[in-house]
Ligand binder design. Structure first.
Ligand code: ATR
Length: 290
């Protein structure tokens, strides 16, 4: 990489960023494309987001990814929002367009691209989404737009699932209901489901032995199980599903595709998806599974 007076700066803002794979993934992709950009991590203290947004303008930073805990808070500081970002009330990509900061959300489309890559088209399916946070909102919204038959949101905090369910149903007309973790209704929803998506952090490194409190006996043979957690690549939930012969979609696909879509927004150039996957899998110590 050679940095010169024309080099444009991209980056990621979040806290913590120590384990983020975005810098290495994006830098390899930018290098491969021969683009004069550099992508750097910007760890940001929780109360300093507003100053950081001003700095993006002042320094003419070309764009940033936004991650935990700023995806929702940053919305109020931006000039324009894409339809997706407005619907999700969350932003994971900010593009600096001649001084105007434009917010996008590529998490939901990234998830849908990963499903598509696995040959899965969920239109007409019964779906269960575990969690009701930012990732759940982005994914549930996209699934509803893809015209799933129904959506059941299961969350530890029932009120959050209820709010999200009302929002999705009102925006898309898809029948959406909210459940807490306990009770027979969860069992029934999972037994009937064609697609189950974990959007919670259950099973994420270093607590890889955990899995959502569901009985695998409830899974029907046609069920597709997906997890947004990508470290480990095969979460306990996915391992259990695979051992039962079910189709699974891991979180790496969503991570790579949200990144590829972000890179395309930043640069206007098609992202090298296979290279990005190779870099991420290598970093996750899973190169043998490529
Ligand atoms: P993200 O943007 O990654 O979705 P988030 O908005 O903080 O992150 O949401 C995390 C989700 O994981 C929430 O649905 C959270 O449940 P609560 O709404 O009850 O907090 C869920 N979650 C995290 N850890 C969990 C655990 N140990 N058991 C059950 N749910 C958990």
């Amino acid at each position: 990489m050679s940095i010169n007076s024309e080099t444009k700066i991209l980056g990621i803002i979040g806290n913590p960023l120590t384990h983020s794979l975005s810098p290495i993934m994006h830098n390899k992709a930018l290098e491969d494309l021969g683009l004069n950009y550099v992508y750097v991590p910007f760890p940001v203290e929780k109360h300093r987001l507003h100053e950081v947004v001003q700095a993006l303008r002042v320094l003419g930073i070309a764009g940033v990814n936004v991650t935990i805990p700023f995806k929702e808070e940053i919305v109020k500081y931006l000039d324009d929002l894409s339809d997706e970002a407005r619907a999700c009330r969350a932003v994971n990509v900010v593009k600096n367009r001649q001084g105007r900061l434009e917010g996008h959300n590529t998490d939901g489309p990234g998830f849908m691209a990963a499903l598509k890559e696995a040959g899965i088209t969920p239109g007409g399916w019964k779906t269960v989404v575990l969690g009701a946070g930012g990732a759940a909102r982005a994914i549930a919204y996209q699934l509803a737009r893809a015209k799933v038959r129904n959506l059941t949101l299961v969350n530890r905090t029932l009120g959050k699932a209820q709010q999200l369910a009302a929002f999705i149903q009102c925006q898309t007309g898809v029948r959406t209901r909210a459940l807490g973790w306990n009770g027979d209704a969860v069992k029934q929803a999972v037994c009937e489901a064609d697609l189950l998506v974990n959007t919670t952090s259950i099973g994420m490194f270093p607590r890889g032995e955990e899995m959502p409190p569901l009985d695998p006996e409830w899974f029907k043979p046609e069920l597709v199980v997906s997890d947004v957690v990508y470290n480990p690549v095969e979460t306990r939930l996915l391992a259990v599903a695979r051992r039962r012969g079910l189709r699974t979609v891991d979180g790496v696909g969503m991570f790579i595709h949200q990144g590829a879509l972000a890179l395309e927004i930043f640069t206007g150039v098609k992202a090298p998806v296979s290279l990005m996957r190779e870099v991420v899998m290598h970093r996750l110590g899973e190169a043998s599974r490529l």
